[in-house]
Structure formats: structure tokens, C-alpha cells
Design a protein around this ligand. Structure first.
Ligand SMILES: Cc1ncc(C[n+]2csc(CCOP(=O)(O)OP(=O)(O)O)c2C)c(N)n1
Ligand SMILES: [Mg+2]
Length: 652
């Protein structure tokens, strides 16, 4: 280990961070300067990575959960030689189009394993990556050839450890014995408001011991000590490890070290110049020179060959494994193909009364059988969400694909993101729709990172019944649809539900919500013979009317209700089932006009708030719910709220 080169690397990280943040006039130097030594060590000595092929499957994962310290990642990616992270990108830190975005953005550069910035989520998502590693290794390692064998590293700060989501995820990680998960805690005792004495005085070490983790601690500024700690962490096969490193935020800044002033604002040019003197950063002029120590450049240059070799060795090993295990290789290819198998979807009979969640359960069995790389579970609602699939994942059964997430919705969704990001797997998670509020920040990241995670959200309206308003979503469909790149599918009957699961699996560039009913819906005859294709355009004519006097757009369980109301009204009413408003709105005007003809009165029917439907009907023609529900049997609640076929027929 070349200590001098490591020191020079840490120095360069500090120099780049100070200058880039100064130039952008925005950013967070404190954490980067405080943890630069760890960065140098990780990228130089610890991580199994190869900048010339950043996505090779068996690389170690590193997640910067403290995403505000983005310059930590960018400077090290640059030094390592990740091609997108050029010096120019760093010089345009935080500017539109730069790979060095304000916070690390997934897809902007090799080496950015996920989007971070929302504190705590990186940590929780990394737990998903670590789970995926164990699942893959159980499936594909043969004992003599272990082609899946990597670690998941996280750098988290005080903020990540204060956030509840990391607690949820840590508790589960301990339970699941994710021994290859190694978290560094940058313990600088400073957050934005000042000292952690203001709000964070618990004993983190004891907490993690209680979670079943190995707790190690040391100084951020002792390379040899950290190397020894990492060795201990790696040697612990059962417990995940947290390495608490005492550090000084803003280290090297003479007036801002150990102060919240260095957390989230440029140091100021005068302070940058003083810091350079303290740190021994040579500077020809007093401007921004983005100094990189030549020793650091040489050090990383010298590493590249070894990294490449290491990666090539893995491919050689992989090829040998593939030759010896052609069936496994086939399965591996299927896992990594990015394509879902259609599976043998169940048939349903006209008039059959079945909840869409139950129809979804049947469909999921077929899809799971055809796609053994589909992994997921529910937040303790396996039965109610109807998402059980064979094979519980546990420390003694890493080959299982059903995960008991416990009552931890937010961590569940973050972990589902991690499983998806890791590669090899598709993931799903499930809870009551009303509790999607508990996981929404992770759904937002699925959407932002374009991960095709499937969110099974059952009990999707006031028809939930007796559990009452706390369990009855009203605003949630609107809320879920409001997130860009989230596809909300609300199938109307069992047949649509089977297609909805298939549609969710077909999607590759973002998350899908399956909004499913607790109560029965009746399988209806579809007047559009091509309805399965039309469904994929967001909406189709479920019940055609020759010269319609009105068109009802209904979603999910309300399609039944709309048909009943149409019959009661005695009028010529066309009923449209709109499984996805977003998909429908992205179709050609012609298609839209075929389904919802202009010049005909349009009524919208959905058991939720009207927000977002105004484009399709006048407010007075939107049959919606603008209040919380009530507790009682579903049909009684609906009657009490005036949400009945009779009321809709009167509106018609
Ligand atoms: C969920 C979330 N809440 C709030 C913020 C805003 N924020 C960014 S950094 C930070 C303080 C983090 O403190 P710490 O992790 O100790 O970082 P340090 O100050 O040591 O760099 C806050 C509140 C955020 N990014 N994410
Ligand atoms: Mg801190």
C-alpha cells in the first residue's frame, strides 16, 4: 500500500471538491474533505472495479448514501478513469448536461450505482443490492467456480443514520445476515443545523449491535487501521458490518473544519486559498486550478492494468463456468436478458366474480413460474396483497425469491430498487394502496432511475370497507399518477388483471403500479375484439354504443359500476375501461378520438379524487370522491357516500 500516493489522492479529492464547488457556487465540500482518505483507499485499494467496463456483473458495489457529497464520488471516478467523468464534467459540476450533477444521478456516468441525495435511501437500496448478490450466488455458484462473489459498500453520514428508512433496512439486513454488506459511517457529529448534540445523541454502535451487526470503529485518518477494519468486516460472513469512522467535516479548512459552515456551501475563495496552504496544495495562481497531484495520477494509472486483468480473469472464469454448466449459463442469460417471459396466464370465465387482487395472484403464479428471476414480497401483507410465490428467501435459503420485508414499506421499496439495480433480477413489492404514502420516496427514485420495479397496491378504494378511512385510499391514484414515469395500471376485471401483470413485466424503463381491488369484480364481455392490444394503449371500448349519448370513462372496479349505471339509465352509453390514463394520453389524437369521441358528453367514474381528470370531463361530469371514506361494509360505505350505480345513472 502506497501511503504517500493515498495521501496525495486524498489531497486531490479535497482540491477538486473545493474548486468545483467554488466554481459552481453551490455544493457540499464538508463531507468530501472530511472523508477524502476513505475515498482514496476505497478506489485505490479496496473496490473490485474496472473503469474500462464499469457494469461488469461481479464488481463490488459502492453507494454514496450521503449523496450531497457528490464531489467525493466524482473526483474518485475521475481519478480512476471512468470515461464520462472528465475534468470538464467536474469543471461544470452542477450544470445542466454535466455528468457531475448536483447529486449523483444513476446513468450519468459509469460508477454511479444509483441516484442518491434523499438521505437514508442509498443505505436501504444497498441492502437490496446485497440481497441480490446472495440470491445470484446461491443460484449460479458451483462451489469450484464462484462467479458471483462481491461486496456491497456504503458511505453514510449522520443524516442517513437519522433517517428511519436506514433503520428499517438495517434491522432487516441484520435479520437476513447480509455479511457482505459493509457500511462506513462518516461520524463527524455535524449536520446542517450544527452539532448532532442538537438532535442525535443515541448510541449508534449499541443500536447496530442490537440489529445484529458487527460494529467496528476507528479514525478516518489512519489508512492502516481502516484496512484492518475492512478486513475484519470482510471476514465476518454472517453479520453485516458498520465501520464507524470518526472524522472532521471540512478537514483542512482552517476556519471551517469541524463546523457546519463547511457542510453545504462553497468555502469562499479566501478560505479555499487558506485551505490550500494548510493542506499543502500547490497553486500557481490564486484562481480555480482544479489541482490533481501527479502522484495521484500515476497511482491510478498504475492501477488500471490490474483492474482490467482482474475483470478479464473473471470473464475467463465465467467462460469456463459456462462451458461446464450450459444449463446454468442459459439461465444466467435469461436473467440478464432484460426480457420477461409471457408465461401461461390464467383464463377466466365471463361472469366470474373475483377480486382483481385474487386474479393477480393467479397471474403472478404463472409469471413467477416463467420468470424465476422475479423476486419480491410484501410488507407483512402476503395474504391480503395476494403476492405469495413459492420459495421464501432467508439466510438458510438464499435461492428463495419471496422476501418477507416485515412492516417496513419504505425500506421494502428501496430494497426492491436495489435488487433491480443490481442486475439479474426483476423485483416487486406490495402493500395496501393507502400505505403507498409510506414508500413514495422510493417509488419516486424507481421512476427517476428508470427501474422497472412493480408495485402491487391492493385495497385500492373506499370499497375496502370495514377498516375505515385510514385504510381507504381516496387521493392515492392521483398522487401516484402525479409522479413522472410511474405507470399506474388499474385493471377492471380478472382478464384485464392478467394482462396488467404482463404489461408490468413488459415494461423496461420505469416502475408500474398495479392498483387492485379487495372486493370482487365481475368478468365482463369486451366489445373490442382487440382489447388486449388496445389495453396496451391505455384504454378501450368495453361496451360499445351505436350513437352514444354519453361516454363513461371508468377505471378498475368502477367499470362494472359504470356498466350497471349505463343499463339503469336507459340511454345509449358507451363504457370505456381506462387502465392507464397516462398511456392513453400518450396515444395519437385519432386513437383517443376513436375511444372517446369529441362532441359526445364524457363522464368520468373513479372512486377517488377528481384531480387530473378535468382534461376528459367537465368537473360536474366527474363522478368522484372528494372526501375521506367511512368505516363499514364496502357497499354500505359506497351507498353512504352516494357512490352507487343508481347515483351515476341519475347523473347520466
Ligand atoms: C431525506 C432528506 N432530508 C433532508 C435532506 C437535506 N440535507 C442534505 S444534507 C443534510 C444534512 C446531512 O448531515 P450529514 O449526513 O451528517 O452530512 P454532513 O453534514 O456530515 O456532510 C440534510 C438535512 C436530504 N438531502 N434528504
Ligand atoms: Mg455529519
Amino acid at each position: 500500500m502506497d501511503l504517500k500516493a493515498l495521501e496525495k489522492t486524498a489531497l486531490s479529492v479535497r482540491a477538486l471538491a473545493m474548486d468545483a464547488i467554488q466554481k459552481a457556487n453551490s455544493g457540499h465540500p464538508g463531507m468530501v474533505m472530511g472523508a477524502a482518505e476513505l475515498g482514496a483507499l476505497l478506489y485505490g485499494e479496496i473496490l473490485r472495479h474496472d473503469p474500462s467496463e464499469p457494469a461488469w456483473p461481479d464488481r463490488d458495489r459502492f453507494v454514496l448514501s450521503a449523496g450531497h457529497g457528490s464531489m467525493f464520488l466524482y473526483s474518485l471516478l475521475h481519478l480512476s478513469g471512468y470515461k464520462e467523468m472528465t475534468l470538464d464534467a467536474i469543471k461544470s459540476f452542477r450544470q445542466v448536461g454535466s455528468a457531475a450533477a448536483g447529486h449523483p444521478e444513476y446513468g450519468y456516468s459509469g460508477g454511479i450505482e444509483m441516484t442518491t441525495g434523499p438521505l437514508g435511501q442509498g443505505f436501504a437500496t444497498a441492502v437490496g443490492m446485497a440481497i441480490a448478490e446472495t440470491m445470484l450466488s446461491a443460484r449460479f455458484n458451483t462451489g469450484n467456480r464462484n462467479i458471483v462473489d462481491h461486496f456491497t459498500y456504503v458511505l453514510a453520514g449522520d443524516g442517513c443514520l437519522q433517517e428511519g428508512v436506514s433503520a428499517e433496512a438495517s434491522s432487516l439486513a441484520g435479520h437476513l445476515e447480509l455479511g457482505k454488506l459493509i457500511v462506513f459511517y462518516d461520524s463527524n457529529k455535524i449536520t446542517i443545523d450544527g452539532s448532532t448534540d442538537l438532535s442525535f445523541t443515541e448510541d449508534v454502535a449499541k443500536r447496530y449491535e442490537a440489529y445484529g451487526w458487527q460494529v467496528l470503529s476507528g479514525s478516518m485518518y489512519n489508512f492502516e487501521e481502516i484496512v484492518a477494519l475492512i478486513a475484519k468486516a470482510k471476514a465476518e460472513a454472517i453479520k453485516p458490518s458498520i465501520i464507524i469512522l470518526k472524522s472532521n467535516i471540512g478537514k483542512g479548512s482552517p476556519n471551517k473544519e469541524n463546523s457546519a459552515d463547511s457542510h453545504g456551501a462553497p468555502l469562499g475563495m479566501d478560505e479555499v486559498i487558506s485551505a490550500r496552504k494548510v493542506l499543502g496544495i500547490p497553486s500557481d495562481d490564486n484562481g480555480l486550478d482544479f489541482y490533481i497531484a501527479p502522484e495521484a495520477v500515476d497511482y491510478f494509472k498504475a492501477k488500471r492494468e490490474g483492474w482490467k486483468k482482474n475483470r478479464e480473469n473473471w470473464f475467463t472464469e465465467f467462460d469456463a463456468w459456462a462451458k461446464e454448466n450450459p444449463d446454468l449459463k442459459k439461465e444466467w442469460d435469461a436473467f440478464y436478458s432484460g426480457k420477461a417471459n409471457a408465461g401461461n396466464l390464467p383464463d377466466f370465465t365471463l361472469g366470474e366474480k373475483i377480486a382483481t387482487r385474487t386474479a393477480a395472484h393467479k397471474s403472478l403464479q404463472a409469471i413467477s413460474a416463467a420468470n424465476p428471476n422475479l423476486a419480491g414480497g410484501s410488507a407483512d401483507l402476503k395474504g391480503p396483497n395476494a403476492v405469495g410465490i413459492p420459495g421464501n428467501y432467508s439466510p438458510s435459503n438464499r435461492g428463495g425469491v419471496y422476501i418477507h420485508f416485515g412492516i417496513r414499506e419504505f425500506a421494502m421499496a428501496a430494497i426492491a430498487n436495489g435488487i433491480s439495480l443490481h442486475g439479474g433480477f426483476r423485483s416487486f413489492c406490495a402493500t395496501f394502496m393507502v400505505f403507498s404514502d409510506y414508500l413514495r420516496p422510493a417509488l419516486r427514485l424507481s421512476a427517476l432511475m428508470k427501474q422497472p420495479v412493480i408495485y402491487v397496491l391492493t385495497h385500492d378504494s373506499i370499497f375496502v370497507g370495514e377498516d375505515g378511512p385510514t385504510h381507504q385510499p381516496v387521493e392515492h391514484l392521483a398522487v401516484l399518477r402525479a409522479i413522472p414515469n410511474v405507470r399506474v395500471l388499474r385493471p377492471a376485471d380478472a382478464e384485464e388483471t392478467a394482462q396488467a401483470w404482463a404489461m408490468a413485466m413488459e415494461r423496461t424503463d420505469g416502475p408500474t403500479v398495479l392498483a387492485l381491488s379487495r372486493q370482487n369484480t365481475t368478468v365482463f364481455a369486451k366489445d373490442d375484439p382487440q382489447w388486449k392490444d388496445s389495453l396496451r394503449k391505455g384504454a378501450y371500448i368495453a361496451q360499445k354504443a351505436a350513437k352514444p349519448e354519453a361516454v363513461i370513462i371508468a377505471t378498475g372496479s368502477e367499470v362494472n359500476l359504470a356498466m350497471e349505471a349505463a343499463a339503469l339509465s336507459g340511454k345509449n352509453v358507451q363504457v370505456v375501461s381506462m387502465i392507464s390514463r397516462e398511456l392513453f394520453e400518450s396515444q395519437s389524437e385519432d386513437y383517443q378520438n376513436n375511444i372517446v369521441p369529441a362532441g359526445v358528453r364524457t363522464i368520468v367514474c373513479e372512486a377517488g379524487i377528481r384531480q387530473g381528470w378535468e382534461r376528459w370531463a367537465k368537473p360536474a361530469d366527474i363522478f368522484s370522491l372528494e372526501r375521506f371514506g367511512e368505516s363499514g361494509p364496502g357497499d354500505k360505505v359506497a351507498k353512504h357516500l352516494g357512490f352507487t350505480a343508481k347515483a351515476l345513472s341519475e347523473m347520466i
